[in-house]
Ligand binder design. Structure first.
Ligand code: FO1
Length: 344
């Protein structure tokens, strides 16, 4: 089983590649919920929904979020009623939010609602929210505002300069059922090329998850979301400096740290970073990470699994080596004792 830490679009593309080379039932995606928000009394989970729609192949192809073949009748009427159209909800998308909100109101945990929705869309990958508790990624701006991530990213178009990022509610949040087990029992843990601060960072901020990643015997291999010093999509380049990380493939690997990462996959354009990352104790390889089609995404996933196997092999080798070493020492010790006895 492969556990994948996942944000939104980059993770969805990566998961499509991974499920092209391993059975979807073998994959557990642990998905960020810090982007989630309430609008018109409805609970909206953008990263869970993007991944569901991508894997069900019903995502809006240009937007890469929301539904294909969508209509905006309700959104148009809301504008007539005087609502600001800054976070647009399509008619099909609304049905999912109505369903989820009703199920949550009835007391079902988000993880159970997510499993129902995945099943309804025929998604075989196990989708787990990082937590069933309410956490919220918030951005504090240099001009003193405290914004919900979606207000910052969608309404403000990521224009304000960022002073800090924090996950409100994190201290009381618990990993959703199955999350820690998935990380501890995985054959490999993969970190998708999602936003290291507000997607992966937000998952790791849920108490117990980063610890499980450090504890697991599974190799942990990530893919850099920064290519050639730039983001592929989104606004990680504006957030990484706010958490003291360099906007580069090596900078993100350093941000996660060798305590978390065993392997790091960078794009060919960052091949010069391989040595620097390796020097930090993280195995590193360069490949094509621009997942413009499923073939590239599948090849990238293959590279990640090969690197994970290499790391696991090494680790097993070390263990075997250690065991062999201990046995040899013991034998040598016994021989010395015998020699001593004979000599005396
Ligand atoms: N992104 C936008 O840029 N504009 C929108 O109006 C918008 C609406 C929206 C509705 C539902 C949903 O699940 C996602 C939506 N997104 C929109 C994308 C969203 O901001 C991103 O998917 C993630 O939160 C960032 O990864």
């Amino acid at each position: 089983m492969y556990a994948v830490l996942a944000g939104g679009v980059g993770a969805a593309r990566f998961l499509r590649g991974l499920t092209a080379i391993v059975a979807p039932e073998q994959v557990t995606a642990i998905v960020n919920v810090g982007d989630d928000l309430d609008r018109f009394g409805l609970r909206i989970c953008p990263d869970l929904d993007s991944i569901t729609y991508w894997l069900a192949e019903v995502v809006h192809p240009e937007q890469q979020w929301g539904r294909a073949d969508e209509r905006f009748t309700v959104a148009e009427e809301l504008i007539r009623l005087g609502h600001e159209p800054w976070f647009t909800l399509g008619d099909r998308d609304l049905a999912l939010h109505l369903h989820r909100t009703e199920q949550l109101r009835r007391g079902l945990p988000l993880s159970q609602v997510t499993a129902e929705v995945a099943q309804a869309f025929g998604v075989a990958v196990r989708l787990l929210p990082a937590t069933d508790d309410r956490v919220e990624t918030r951005i504090t701006t240099v001009d003193g505002r405290d914004l919900h991530f979606q207000e910052y990213w969608v309404r403000e178009r990521a224009a304000p300069e960022v002073a800090g990022v924090h996950l409100a509610g994190a201290p009381l949040a618990r990993p959703a059922p199955g999350v820690v087990d998935a990380l501890l029992s995985a054959d490999a843990v993969l970190i998708a090329p999602s936003n290291p601060v507000v997607s992966i960072g937000t998952i790791l901020a849920v108490p117990g998850i980063a610890e499980a990643l450090r504890q697991t015997v599974a190799p942990v291999v990530g893919v850099s979301p920064i290519v050639g010093g730039r983001v592929v999509r989104g606004m990680a380049d504006r957030l990484l400096p706010a958490v003291g990380a360099e906007v580069s493939a090596a900078g993100v690997a350093a941000h996660y740290g060798p305590g978390l990462l065993d392997g790091w996959v960078v794009d060919h354009r960052d091949a010069d970073a391989v040595g620097q990352v390796a020097a930090a104790g993280i195995r590193c390889v360069a490949t094509d990470t621009m997942m413009d089609d499923v073939e590239v995404a599948a090849a990238l996933a293959r590279t990640c699994l090969d690197l994970a196997a290499e790391v696991a092999g090494e680790a097993a080798g070390e263990q075997a080596g250690d065991a062999a070493g201990e046995a040899a020492d013991e034998a040598a010790g016994e021989a010395a004792d015998e020699g001593a006895v004979r000599a005396s």
